[in-house]
Structure formats: structure tokens, C-alpha cells
Design a protein around this ligand. Structure first.
Ligand SMILES: [Zn+2]
Length: 333
């Protein structure tokens, strides 16, 4: 009898634990019933920004979990529910979330609460490069289903900390406009975050200065590091284009290997979004041509790392990337 009771107890406990682990419906209910300002963001990077600025006045839900590729992400029915119950929606924009923009359009009748974070950068870029904002043009050639005549911009703005600061300022102002009762609170939190972002800038500059100018060449999986290159004086090449929606062709691989030989580059950096077989093909193609290429490490590009691991915040992600790049180029590992 006692044994049976124990068994029942253990069973109930395991069911409880399983349910506690992750229960999307329960999480959604908690979100909807929350007393705080309900914020829905797309990418993990923005969720991190919102938590820094919003503190305990906001509850943040991110649609894309760590490691998810925003270029190809397709929103679920539950995502739409989250979007519809949000007090404010913040997405990155300038075509980063290619497939999610359709869902965002569906809630467009509530336009006043939808904030496109990168919009402020487009404004400044077009306003004679105000505050030094220079967006990188992208014709979107590798995209299907886009109007190729439209001039677009590289959406990976977070790799220039100065741009991240501008966007954080903009998001803080927008939050204060929408929820003026918390203006002072948001402003204080912005100032404290800014102090840490300035320290990050100093750290990155110090590390970059270890690398001689002629060695500042970065070969990556997909073309997410244009702003990194622009900010830190790196020449950047990638296997895939700015979006990850297409696979690399044999010609792409050939071209990249030729560039690597030309620049005498021996290190390539991988990202979780690009298949291992592509990387293997690059290494093999180089080997056939008598050139050695090794993997310098994995970089975070469009997503933070897992919450309990490396690169779990914006600041850590940028530091980790810089350490990986500098150490690999200088062969410190
Ligand atoms: Zn990307």
C-alpha cells in the first residue's frame, strides 16, 4: 500500500516537473494575466535590451528562442496570439525578420504600439549620416520574393555598439512616450545600461588594437559582420549572403577559398546557422589548392547564446565574439 502511494506520489511529482519545465500555454496565460507592461520582441538581443531598460515594469516575451535564425523564422499560431495581446511590440526591422513581418503586418491596425528598432538608424543615415550612422547598402539580390529594385540596408546593426546605443536611446524614448508614468524609471535604467555599454566599447577597442591592421580580415559563415568590419577596421568576407535563406553553392565556396588564398587567411569562423558540411567543403577545397584553413571558433551572429551559457547577454555576446576573433587570428588558443 505504502509502495503504491509512493508510486502515485512520484508519478504526480514527475508530471508536475514536466509541466513546470516548459508549458507554452501556461506561459502564455501568465503573460496575458501579467500586471506589468507586456512587451513582445522578435530576437533575443532585443529582449535583453528591453529587460535592461524596462526592469520590473515590463514582462518580455521573445518570439525567437536562442539559436533561432531570424531570416528564415516563420511565426506560429501562438506567436500571433502573443503579438495580439502585447501592450507594445518591438522588432528589429530593415528586413531582418523576413518571414515574421507578415505577422507584424496583421497587427498593424494597432500601429502605435509597434516599434521598428532600426528605424531610427535609417532616419539618421538618411539625415546626412547624423551621429555618424552609415548603414551598409544591400540590394537583397540573394532574396527570393523581394523587389530587387528596392535599396535595402544590412540589418545586423548590433555589431556596432554605437548603433546599439542609439537604438537603445530610441527604444527608451518610445517606452517613455507610451508609458509616461515610468519615464524617470526607464531613464535611470538607460543611464546605468549606457555606462556598461561604454565600458564594452572600451573593451572591444582594447582587444582590437592587439591585431595589426593587415591581419584584420574576417571570414565568416553568413554576412552578418559588415558593421563589425566597418567599426573595427576589418575586411569581411562570408560564405553566405546577408540573409541565410539560401544554401552556399559550389561557386560560393570556390570564390571564398580563392579570396582566402589571396589574402593569406587561415582562419574561418562558424555560426550555428550554417551547416557543418559547407564548412567542411571550404576546408577541403582549400586543402586541394594547397592552402590550410582552420576553424577559429563559433561566433554569435543573430541570436544570443543559451541563458545559462556563453553569450547570454548582448554585452557578453560582443565580448565573446571579439575574444574568439582576436585570439584565433593571433593564434592564442
Ligand atoms: Zn543574419
Amino acid at each position: 500500500m505504502k509502495k503504491r502511494l509512493l508510486l502515485i506520489f512520484v508519478t504526480i511529482l514527475s508530471i508536475g516537473l514536466l509541466a513546470g519545465c516548459s508549458n507554452p500555454k501556461k506561459d502564455y496565460k501568465n503573460f496575458v494575466n501579467s500586471e506589468e507592461i507586456k512587451v513582445v520582441t522578435t530576437i533575443s538581443l532585443l529582449a535583453d535590451m528591453l529587460k535592461n531598460i524596462g526592469g520590473n515594469k515590463v514582462v518580455v516575451h521573445q518570439l525567437m528562442k536562442p539559436g533561432v535564425d531570424p531570416h528564415s523564422y516563420i511565426p506560429t499560431k501562438l506567436d500571433i496570439d502573443y503579438l495580439l495581446s502585447a501592450d507594445v511590440i518591438i522588432f528589429s526591422g530593415i528586413h531582418l525578420e523576413a518571414q515574421t513581418s507578415e505577422a507584424l503586418r496583421k497587427v498593424a491596425d494597432r500601429e502605435s504600439i509597434v516599434i521598428e528598432a532600426a528605424e531610427i538608424l535609417v532616419q539618421k543615415h538618411q539625415n546626412n549620416n547624423e551621429d555618424g550612422v552609415m548603414l551598409i547598402s544591400w540590394t537583397g539580390e540573394e532574396h527570393e520574393g523581394h523587389d530587387h529594385g528596392n535599396l535595402m540596408y544590412d540589418p545586423h546593426f548590433w555589431f556596432d555598439v554605437n548603433y546599439w546605443i542609439i537604438v537603445t536611446r530610441y527604444v527608451t524614448d518610445e517606452l517613455s512616450r507610451l508609458f509616461p508614468e515610468h519615464k524617470n524609471y526607464f531613464e535611470l535604467r538607460y543611464q546605468s545600461y549606457l555606462t556598461r555599454l561604454n565600458a564594452l566599447n572600451t573593451y572591444l577597442d582594447t582587444r582590437v588594437n592587439e591585431v595589426p591592421i593587415e591581419k584584420r580580415i574576417l571570414f565568416t559563415a553568413h554576412d552578418a559582420f559588415g558593421y563589425f568590419g566597418q567599426r573595427h577596421g576589418f575586411k569581411v568576407n562570408a560564405v553566405l549572403g546577408i540573409s541565410t535563406e539560401d544554401e552556399a553553392s559550389t561557386k560560393d565556396i570556390e570564390n571564398l577559398v580563392n579570396l582566402a588564398i589571396e589574402d593569406n587567411v587561415e582562419v574561418i569562423f562558424i555560426e550555428s546557422s550554417v551547416p557543418q558540411k559547407t564548412i567542411d567543403a571550404i576546408i577541403e577545397s582549400a586543402r586541394i589548392k594547397g592552402h590550410t584553413i582552420r576553424i577559429g571558433g563559433e561566433l554569435f551572429s543573430d541570436s544570443l547564446g543559451n541563458p545559462d551559457g556563453k553569450g547570454s547577454t548582448y554585452i557578453d555576446m560582443l565580448k565573446d565574439n571579439m575574444d574568439t576573433i582576436v585570439d584565433a587570428i593571433l593564434n592564442k588558443k
